[in-house]
Design a protein around this ligand. Structure first.
Ligand code: F6R
Length: 271
């Protein structure tokens, strides 16, 4: 697990956009896991700009979104499909057939969740998963107490999440109580995971996720067990980390690794 601390939310978002861009350039048919929420907006804005101004090509990219409110049609202004369409999909050249967002209008949610898992598998699995984190530690809509081995399923949102999301609805009573979400186990199968957290309101939960015990009470803490997960935090979100000086020290020294390797190669080859 790696912890990157950027000066502010803008830089944290750009870091995430850089990781995704690099991977698309490396593998044009990348399978990309996406999140909604305000934290992701900076990265999406930058990816859209890179498509418009730099020709970043999404035509072969396949996307899978983490979650969707149960009961909302894709046309609802607060649906996650609508969020993705407005903030990313309509600005890039993605093939509509390559977009996967769980449907909020299914008659058989359990059957739909199984088929969503199958579609991820059929696409070859998720190469990079972008995550945000809720104030209660959730990833996707995997609220505290979710099994760390859970798969895509219907979850009941916590009161805290409903209150947090009420800002997007006219009244709190309008916030859906249920969502379809990829499970923690589903998310953990992504080959590479980046979690972005910004702002002082995320400081305590970021510290719990990065430095606390791995627990279903903070589902984001499970990333500690992932072989290739990166937390990208801004200064405010990193402010409660006990080891933040060490994480900075690692960042400062990382470029030296290559230098040391080059020295060793030269020594071995007698150059
Ligand atoms: C939504 C999702 C959620 C959000 C989290 C943070 O698709 O996956 O886990 O990432 O609630 O939301 P913001 O960024 O709005 O604080």
């Amino acid at each position: 697990m790696e912890v990157i601390i950027e000066a502010n939310a803008e830089k944290a978002g750009l870091f995430a956009a850089n990781v995704i861009t690099t991977q698309i350039l490396r593998k044009p048919n990348l399978v990309l896991g996406l999140a909604t929420g305000s934290t992701a907006l900076i990265a999406y804005r930058e990816l859209a700009r890179r498509h418009k101004e730099g020709g970043l090509d999404f035509s072969k990219v396949v996307t899978f979104n983490l979650d969707e409110y149960l009961g909302l049609p894709p046309t609802h202004p607060q649906s996650y499909y609508h969020f993705m369409y407005e903030n990313l999909f309509r600005h890039i050249n993605i093939d509509k057939g390559n977009i996967h967002v769980p449907s909020g209008l299914v008659l058989d949610p359990a059957g739909f969740c199984d088929s969503y898992e199958q579609e991820i598998k059929a696409a070859g699995g998720i190469d990079i998963q972008l995550l945000g984190i809720g104030r209660d530690g959730h990833i996707g809509f995997n609220e505290p107490g979710s099994s760390l081995g859970s798969r895509t399923r219907v979850k009941t949102l916590t009161r805290e999440t409903i209150a947090d999301n009420a800002r997007f609805f006219a009244r709190e009573e309008e916030v859906p109580r249920f969502a379809i979400t990829m499970g923690v186990g589903t998310i953990m199968e992504a080959r590479h995971i980046i979690l972005v957290a910004t702002g002082a309101a995320k400081a305590d939960v970021a510290a719990a996720a990065v430095e606390g015990p791995v627990t279903a009470s903070v589902t984001a803490s499970v990333l500690q067990l992932h072989p290739d997960a990166v937390y990208i935090l801004d200064e405010e979100a990193a402010s409660a980390l006990k080891r933040r000086d060490y994480y900075r020290w690692i960042q400062e020294n990382k470029h030296l690794v290559n230098k040391v390797i080059s020295q060793q190669i030269r020594a071995r080859l007698g150059m």
